[in-house]
Design a binder for this molecule. Structure first.
Ligand SMILES: Cc1ncc(COP(=O)(O)O)c(C=O)c1O
Length: 425
């Protein structure tokens, strides 16, 4: 029975539309000749196959460890993995090794960071609530918002993250229209953003938190900053920046989301979140209803990878692979794209964001997209990455080009084909 005719469905079941990522991933599987610079997968060759096999063997050879790993765990996650994860965040934030930060008391391990984003949104937002997002943002998060009936307001971006002046304008206009009480958080993908590859500077994070606080009184409740650091460890150039957790005195307003998917293996589906104390219990209760705990076995694998040094060893390999692939993509762009295309060289992450002249429509129903498919190349149309926000027009002249999954030769081939489509436009 199609979902359209099934009157037994809940409001949410009826409302949730098909995420474009499913289609983008399926079409690649259906058309093997297609070079996908679109979505989903990461680099196969740097997946930690041998290391994971060895660690799994070690784990399951030991009777006590093996039995514990194959048993249910707790809702919040394995204590040792929580400690290690807290330690790693502190290290990335520049805290001296071993210094207690208190993060572990506010940390939950989830089924990928995607589950954390979902749980958190469920805990904070009712239908009709508003989430402020970057323009553009991670399009799968827009899917969560669509499904939960939330409205988005886009905040423009500069090279170093969101435009704080525009954030203030948006907050002020929401205050004037009386909608501020519906605003629950600002969602930032702060490192090597998906889709633009840009990172948010520390000063911008601090400025954003200050602005959110300024408008809290009118909102009548806290307005949180949700920092999604999914790509933080995929840095292959430039300097690292501290997270919003390092902005002093604001622990009760910052939510931090991270993952072991990108730096280790996407298939492990282990992510995590750090929450203000007031949100921890509600999120844990909802998680208990979802699954009462992330796969205990896979948490043990990730823990062993961290303890044994396999994680860091593999991370170096992953970073080197993406450095090379990003280089292959940007070299091909220089060679095959006309100078009218605007793009930025990424310092980490998996994506290059390219802007064509504004007269070119790159959307899924456009002639440009069709011609790209005829040339056997796929990209993510930029307009999918913008929230539905009636206060501005959605740009539709951009594309997200991912160097994550395709091998270097395919990256070059794909960019050459796209260059041909752009040339004929
Ligand atoms: C910005 C961002 N956040 C979160 C996720 C979710 O990743 P995972 O559930 O594998 O941790 C992704 C995946 O692509 C992402 O791009």
């Amino acid at each position: 029975m199609s979902t359209k005719t099934n009157s037994a469905l809940s409001e949410l079941g009826r409302r949730t539309s098909a995420p474009p990522i499913s289609w983008l991933m399926r079409i690649k599987l259906e058309r093997p000749k297609l070079v996908s610079l679109a979505a989903g997968f990461t680099d196969n060759d740097s997946l930690p196959l041998a290391g994971s096999r060895r660690l799994m063997n070690e784990l399951l050879r030991d009777r006590a460890l093996g039995q514990a790993a194959l048993q249910y765990g707790s809702t919040a996650g394995d204590d040792a993995l929580i400690e290690r994860t807290a330690g790693r965040i502190a290290e990335l934030d520049g805290a001296p090794a071993g210094q207690a930060t208190g993060l572990s008391k506010r940390l939950v391990i989830t089924h990928g960071s995607q589950q954390f984003l979902y749980l958190l949104t469920e805990a904070l937002c009712d239908r009709g609530d508003i989430v402020l997002v970057e323009d553009p943002t991670y399009f799968v998060y827009l899917g969560i918002m669509q499904s939960r009936g939330l409205a988005g307001r886009g905040v423009r971006m500069n090279r170093d993250g969101i435009d704080l002046d525009h954030l203030e304008q948006v907050l002020e206009s929401l205050r004037r229209s009386g909608e501020l009480k519906r605003v629950k958080m600002l969602y930032l993908v702060s490192y090597y953003q998906n889709p633009t590859g840009r990172s948010t500077g520390f000063a911008v994070k601090r400025g954003a938190i200050e602005l959110l606080r300024k408008y809290e009184r009118a909102a009548g409740h806290p307005i949180y900053l949700l920092e999604d650091a999914a790509y933080r460890e995929l840095r292959f150039a430039g300097e690292p920046a501290p997270s919003a957790l390092s902005v002093g005195g604001v622990a009760e307003r910052v939510i931090y989301s991270g993952t072991y998917s990108k730096p280790f293996a996407t298939g492990v589906r282990v992510g995590f979140g750090v929450l203000p104390e007031a949100l921890l219990e509600p999120v844990l209760r909802i998680k208990a209803n979802h699954d009462f705990g992330t796969s205990h076995l896979i948490q043990q694998l990730v823990l062993k990878a961290l303890e044994s040094g396999e994680f860091v060893k593999n991370l170096k390999k992953v970073q080197a692979r993406y450095r090379a692939k990003a280089g292959a993509m940007t070299a091909a762009i220089k060679e095959f794209f006309p100078s009218s295309v605007e793009w930025e060289k990424p310092e980490g992450g998996l994506n290059v964001w390219a802007g064509l002249p504004r007269s070119t429509n790159t959307g899924m129903k456009s002639g440009f997209f069709r011609r790209a498919l005829e040339q056997d190349v796929l990209y993510v149309p930029g307009n999918l990455c913008y929230a539905d926000d009636a206060t501005r027009r959605k740009p539709s002249h951009e594309m997200r080009l991912s160097f994550g999954a395709a091998p270097e030769a395919d990256i070059r081939r794909g960019i050459r084909r796209l260059g041909r489509v752009i040339g004929k436009n």
